[in-house]
Write a protein that binds this ligand. Structure first.
Ligand SMILES: [Zn+2]
Length: 310
């Protein structure tokens, strides 16, 4: 099996840039940790691949969160890409999601589905950014898949002419993104702009020959060579996406503190312990009476966090 790979590349004289991603181990780990109905699982695979493509295409130091807020059997699907390309994903869906075929029946059954892209900066004090788009086209027709939704988002909201294709199966999640490099904003750049437009349409024409099966089966290196060898692709050093969940005892403890002592004590009274399961990775965090007492004592005294023995 090939490693998880994210490749950035440029074509021709540099007017077109792109990224190709293939998730193997990271995707299989996500599938093993949390199992959803097939249509939801495959959509999550596409979202995980897309989050890595989007994060790789932006100059931004933080976590990219891609969300689908559905109004069909899929209520919510989330994929996150951290600054080091650590990935995680999760979804909330009703049982009927198992029967849904395609994005619209799954997440846009009544035309109210939304795609939300959030850039959450790593350093405090920096402004978070959020973009929201409908799952319909400009004519109000439901878009067929996530590739179409994100293509429209990049063209309309980010003002970057873009083409992308996403695919997932039980073993892999893959994606290809091709973008026209933004101009330098000067006037009198008509000739250059025409040339860049031409380079971009040539790249899209070549990329459009790609089917989802091939996107899943070929390695990223092989795919770039096969599609773009005439355009002399310049390929940068591979990045290595991986599965990584950011949950921790500390974060769960903070969540329980936010919930409040009364709430936590009432669960303790009923069940003898509080168990919190991470929606992303399935890790279970258990707090018994002693842990819970420490939780709220820490809240008052602020002692140093207890350190676990090796
Ligand atoms: Zn987790």
């Amino acid at each position: 099996m090939s490693a998880d790979t994210l490749l950035k590349f440029m074509l021709g004289a540099g007017q077109v840039r792109g990224l190709v991603v293939q998730l193997n181990d990271s995707w299989q780990t996500m599938c093993a940790r949390r199992r959803h109905a097939d249509p939801v699982q495959l959509l999550l695979g596409e979202m995980a691949a897309a989050s890595a493509l989007l994060a790789g295409s932006l100059k931004f130091d933080g976590t990219l969160v891609l969300q689908l807020q559905g109004d069909g059997p899929l209520r919510l699907a989330v994929a996150e890409c951290q600054p080091d390309f650590g990935l995680r994903a999760t979804a909330k869906a009703e049982a009927a999601a198992a029967e849904a075929v395609g994005l619209a029946p799954l997440a846009n059954a009544h035309g109210g589905g939304r795609c939300v892209i959030t850039l959450d900066p790593r350093r405090p004090g920096q402004q978070a950014y959020q973009g929201v788009v409908a799952l319909d086209d400009a004519q109000g027709q439901a878009l067929p898949d996530l590739s179409a939704v994100l293509g429209q988002y990049l063209r309309d909201s980010e003002q970057i002419p873009s083409w992308l294709l996403l695919a997932a199966d039980a073993r892999r999640a893959s994606g290809l993104l091709v973008q026209r490099m933004p101009g330098e904003g000067g006037q009198a750049r008509d000739a250059d702009a025409d040339e860049a437009d031409e380079a971009f349409s040539r790249a899209v024409h070549l990329a459009s020959t790609l089917g989802r099966d091939e996107l899943l089966q070929r390695s990223p290196e092989d795919l770039l060579h096969k599609l773009f060898w005439q355009e002399q692709p310049r390929v940068f050093d591979p990045l290595r996406p991986r599965f990584h969940c950011t949950c921790s005892t500390q974060r769960v403890a903070n969540m329980l503190r936010a919930l409040g002592r009364d709430e936590v004590e009432s669960v303790l009274k009923e069940r003898g312990e509080v168990e919190v399961t991470c929606e992303f990775c399935g890790a279970a965090y258990t707090f018994d009476l002693v842990d819970a007492a420490r939780l709220f004592r820490a809240d008052i005294d602020q002692p140093p966090a207890p350190r676990d023995a090796q």
